[in-house]
Design a binder for this molecule. Structure first.
Ligand code: AMP
Length: 559
């Protein structure tokens, strides 16, 4: 199969989905049958039927031990027949603690194909895309073990396959890979601003990252403009890779561009800021499906509704799934076409039946598997077929109820946090009589807000007559953060991708009003349960009108 730069490759792949899947499975079984993990179930056989019969559907917890053994220095063949060349870090399991997955060069070669195809698809749909450059913001990541470790979509940029790809990015590899996120982000912005007239696409992996970058720009535009004005890079950029490249790129002082940036960024409203800073941009490229849909209004605001939001890829650490062949489709119509060469795909349906890629049915819901039949935790719905390759709409992440960055916070996490807060409050003679929460993304970075109705335990004093002890409530915020999952804590700590957790204490009777609100809209009073999390703006208003006091966590939780 050639890495041809036209759509014939896509036709080839999608038309032969069945055969390609068979070949992929054969190859995987031949290469992996003797790994310690599969040996247990297959005794060295690479027979497909035996694989289907004997290899169990597992969760990450079941394979974790094997993966960690390799990451700690044991040979790859504990879990992989091919040499493992990197580890991919995921945003989290259902328990929210980041997972790591092994990757090999076959994986990166496949991602290279996806990148090439994405470019081809974009060129087909977006006029002028081919000729211009793209700004692709990437928060840098660290390398705690011998092999590179990074989220799947970042990890590829660290592989040799990325290096050999013809690139259109405004920032070179040494800036994207600078381990200091702040220096890297500053320089990525500088590169993007200096080359503003060439930029046809402004993007980041997730919409949340892009909104975070705009927030970063809010804090740094004056300094960026001043660097451009003088032609000198700020001294705090000490990373040599960044320094060398940007110093040359800045070149001579450029007061015209500096004036322009100051003028655009100095305006009171940042509505349309992306289109104003990058006037030739034709789209915003970021994942906006799933939990990222909450950022659509922000991105529409920053682009003044003038730029299409393009959600091109669907990938996870378990597998790279596919791409959106209609990049200009509206967010609610985005579907991803699975590419059969990427991996051997299986799914579990609502009845617990395992189904192959080519046997999924239109309209049905499925959860995909990843490495060694490991459940991914996403719910997808089949929306159509491109040739023989199914297309899926991302419905939701299983179990995740709250997410402002990419952390999967579950109901269980929230209950744990609530239990910790309850203990603190009880020691101050307070009890919680009503509780709900929501992800507030009107602030950047977004943060969790917990509404609480409180009551004094002993003398039954209404909250409206109590003087609240700030220390106690701030302490509650802190312990709640401590008990949230590992992904939350790490995003909260690292460069502030999540803001401080907030408790809003509401007046007595607020949760009764909330119930009235829902009952008026058709909820059965006998079955009413306060929702653990709220999304409806109207329901939030019921609470918001009755807020008595606000408290914020005053320190980052330990990781
Ligand atoms: P990670 O395991 O951290 O690599 O993240 C992968 C997860 O991110 C997937 O399992 C999805 O839940 C989510 N994700 C990735 N791509 C998309 C997409 N295009 N739309 C919605 N969610 C996505």
């Amino acid at each position: 199969m050639s890495l041809g730069c036209d759509l014939t490759l896509l036709e080839e792949l999608t038309s032969n989905a069945k055969q390609i899947q068979e070949d992929v499975l054969n190859k995987i079984l031949k290469a992996n049958a003797n790994t310690e993990y599969l040996q247990r179930f297959l005794q060295g056989s690479s027979d497909k039927e035996l694989f289907k019969k004997n290899v169990p559907v597992v969760s990450y917890e079941d394979v974790k031990h094997y993966i960690y053994r390799v990451s700690n220095g044991e040979p790859s063949d504990v879990i992989s027949g091919e040499p493992i060349t990197a580890f991919l870090r995921s945003s989290g399991t259902s328990s929210g603690n980041p997972k790591i997955f092994p990757a090999n060069n076959i994986f990166f070669k496949n991602v290279q194909i996806i990148y090439t195809l994405c470019s081809v698809v974009m060129s087909k749909h977006v006029e002028g895309f081919k000729e211009g450059k793209v700004i692709w913001f990437q928060p840098a990541s660290t390398t705690p073990c011998g092999l590179p470790i990074a989220p799947v979509l970042t990890s590829f940029t660290k592989s040799e396959y990325y290096r050999s790809l013809a690139k259109k990015s405004t920032s070179p590899d040494q800036i994207i890979m600078c381990p200091d996120t702040k220096q890297s982000m500053y320089c990525q912005l500088l590169c993007g601003l200096v080359q503003r007239d060439d930029v046809v696409s402004v993007g980041a992996v997730f919409a949340s990252v892009l909104v975070g970058v705009i927030h970063f720009l809010e804090n740094y535009w004056k300094e960026l403009a001043s660097n451009i004005r003088s032609g000198h890079l700020s001294e705090w950029i000490t990373d040599l890779g960044c320094r060398d490249y940007v110093s040359i790129l800045l070149g001579d002082p450029n007061p015209e561009l500096a004036d322009l940036i100051e003028n655009v960024c100095g305006q009171k409203s940042w509505q349309g800021i992306v289109s104003r800073l990058w006037p030739k941009a034709k789209c915003i490229d970021a994942i906006i499906t799933g939990s990222m849909a909450q950022y659509i209004p922000a991105l529409e605001f920053y682009s003044n509704n003038e730029l299409p939001l393009v959600s091109l890829r669907y990938a996870s650490s378990e597998a790279y799934f596919g791409l959106n062949l209609e990049p200009l489709s509206k967010p609610q119509h985005v579907s991803y076409t699975f590419l059969p060469n990427m991996s051997y795909f299986e799914f579990i349906d609502v009845d617990g039946e395992i189904v192959d890629l080519v046997n999924v049915k239109l309209g049905h819901y499925y959860e995909p598997f990843g490495l060694h039949r490991c459940r991914v935790g996403d719910v997808l719905q089949v929306t159509g077929f491109y040739n023989m390759a199914p297309q899926f709409r991302f419905v939701r992440r299983k179990n995740t109820v709250l997410s402002v960055y990419a952390e999967p916070t579950t109901e269980e996490d929230l209950l744990k946090a609530l239990a910790r807060a309850t203990v603190i409050l009880e020691s101050s003679d307070l009890m919680i009589t009503g509780f709900t929460c929501y992800a507030d993304i009107s602030t950047v970075p977004g943060h969790y807000v917990f509404y609480m109705e409180l009551k004094a335990k002993v003398n039954n004093t209404s909250i409206d007559d109590l003087v609240l002890d700030t220390k106690v409530l701030v302490e509650c915020c802190c312990v709640m953060e401590e008990s949230l999952n590992g992904s939350y804590r790490s995003f909260r700590r690292k460069n502030g991708w999540i803001g401080a957790l907030e408790i809003r204490v509401v007046q007595q009777g607020t949760f009764a009003s909330l119930m009235d609100f829902f009952v008026c809209r058709g909820s059965s009073i006998s079955q009413y349960k306060t929702p653990m999390c709220l999304e409806s703006a109207e329901a939030l208003k019921v609470l918001e009108d009755k807020v008595l006091a606000r408290f914020f966590s005053d320190k980052s939780p330990p990781i």
